[in-house]
Design a protein around this ligand. Structure first.
Ligand code: NAD
Length: 355
């Protein structure tokens, strides 16, 4: 198969981690006889430096016309004083909305080899951590009106029934492919938008009788994720709650550097990126963990290119790399061998085999 991938290296550690994911994709292409063509796209701080805009229309067009987009990360202190609508992260918001990717899926899964890296007690980890957060991505407070006038700042949180329904369906469909339990997270004791959210979820539940739907307030959910994460299968929630909960969920699995994500809309062209940021504190030092990006590439193969065997090969190679005791510094533990970002990519390539 021939696939065209738009590649956004971005800022900070972005170029380093994306390079390793591309090494892995190239090896997959060799093993399975595919051709992956890469188109370089500038977004974020590097695009501000080059074009004076975090995502010019021409760069967005390259993404929309590709088969999928692989992204490192954007942002950094260098662009802190840039006006709000021109900040690097604005490029990302524009990309998500320009691609129409309304569903962000983040797995929170602990690798058995990294149980010691979780900040949770071993007795909690041993019960298992394996759930997915389905987060609404292009609505809610991040996309409402923002203004500051006369010392008063306002951010509008707005959801329509249609926006809730389309993300709700992704939640139910995801649960259907897993253990058939869906937890809808909101703040319906306070917010109108959450009361509408809850009403729509329960209406949808009538179409999915095989799925067990539960409701949870977001503050309770934040607590339950650390108290007993094994209770969750799929969580579906709105944009800002999902943003916060998924960072919390990633931390209990060991390192933010290990977690991939996919963002999908109505078409198969998805956006794939690790969940962390551009980590300016470690950029250029060859110490970043590229596994979140490598696993994002695996998700691209699975969800956008319908290449499940190829995706399994990557995930198995990551597991073999961890079994061999290799660790970047963020997940280092006693008795393991410390490796850098490049060596991590090289080793995963060596462990890659055709399934
Ligand atoms: P961050 O995720 O970049 O870093 C948080 C901490 O985790 C840092 O100590 C960093 O060194 C570490 N870390 C992150 N990724 C790592 C990896 N792959 N391997 C090892 N350690 C890793 O969050 P931040 O410091 O709050 O943000 C830095 C910049 O990134 C900001 O400009 C922020 O706006 C931006 N950001 C971008 C995205 C994105 O592009 N999707 C997401 C979040 C933050």
């Amino acid at each position: 198969m021939v696939k065209n991938i738009a590649v956004i290296r971005g800022d900070g550690i972005g170029p380093e981690i994306v390079n390793e994911a591309i090494k892995v994709l190239n090896r997959v292409a060799e093993l399975y006889g595919h051709t992956f063509n890469y188109t370089e796209v500038y977004m974020g701080g590097c695009a501000i430096d080059k074009f004076g805009d975090p995502l010019p229309a021409s760069e967005l067009e390259k993404c929309v016309s590709s088969d999928s987009v692989l992204l490192g990360a954007v942002g950094g202190n260098k662009w802190n004083d840039v006006p709000g609508n021109m900040r690097p992260e604005k490029g990302l918001l524009r990309l998500r909305s320009g691609m129409g990717v309304y569903s962000n899926n983040r797995p929170a899964k602990i690798w058995k080899q990294l149980a010691e890296a979780s900040p949770l007690k071993r007795s909690i980890v041993d019960n298992g951590i394996d759930f997915i957060i389905v987060r609404e991505l292009i609505g809610g407070i991040y996309f409402g009106e923002h203004k500051t006038e006369n010392g008063i700042a306002t951010d509008v949180l707005k959801y329509s029934e249609a926006e809730i329904e389309r993300i709700g369906r992704i939640g139910f469909e995801t649960a259907r492919k897993r253990n058939k339990r869906l937890c809808s997270v909101e703040k319906s004791n306070v917010l109108d938008s959450s009361r509408l959210w809850k009403k729509v979820m329960h209406r949808l539940a009538e179409e999915y009788p095989e799925i067990e739907l539960s409701d949870m307030l977001v503050d309770n959910c934040a607590m339950q994720i650390v108290k007993d994460p094994s209770q969750f299968d799929v969580i579906v929630t709105e944009n800002m709650f999902g943003d916060i909960l998924s960072d919390e969920a990633s931390m209990i699995t060991g390192s933010i550097g290990m977690i991939p994500s996919s963002s999908l809309g109505a078409s198969s062209c998805g956006l794939y990126e690790p969940i962390h940021g551009s980590a300016p504190d470690i950029a250029g030092k060859d110490i970043a963990n590229p596994i979140g990006t490598i696993l994002s590439a695996a998700m691209m193969l699975r969800f956008s290119f319908d290449m499940p065997d190829e995706a399994d090969s990557i995930e198995n190679a990551v597991s073999a790399y961890l079994d061999a005791g290799c660790r970047t510094s963020d997940i280092m533990s006693e008795g393991c061998r410390l490796v850098g970002c490049k060596e991590c990519g090289d080793l995963i390539v060596e462990f890659l085999n055709k399934e």
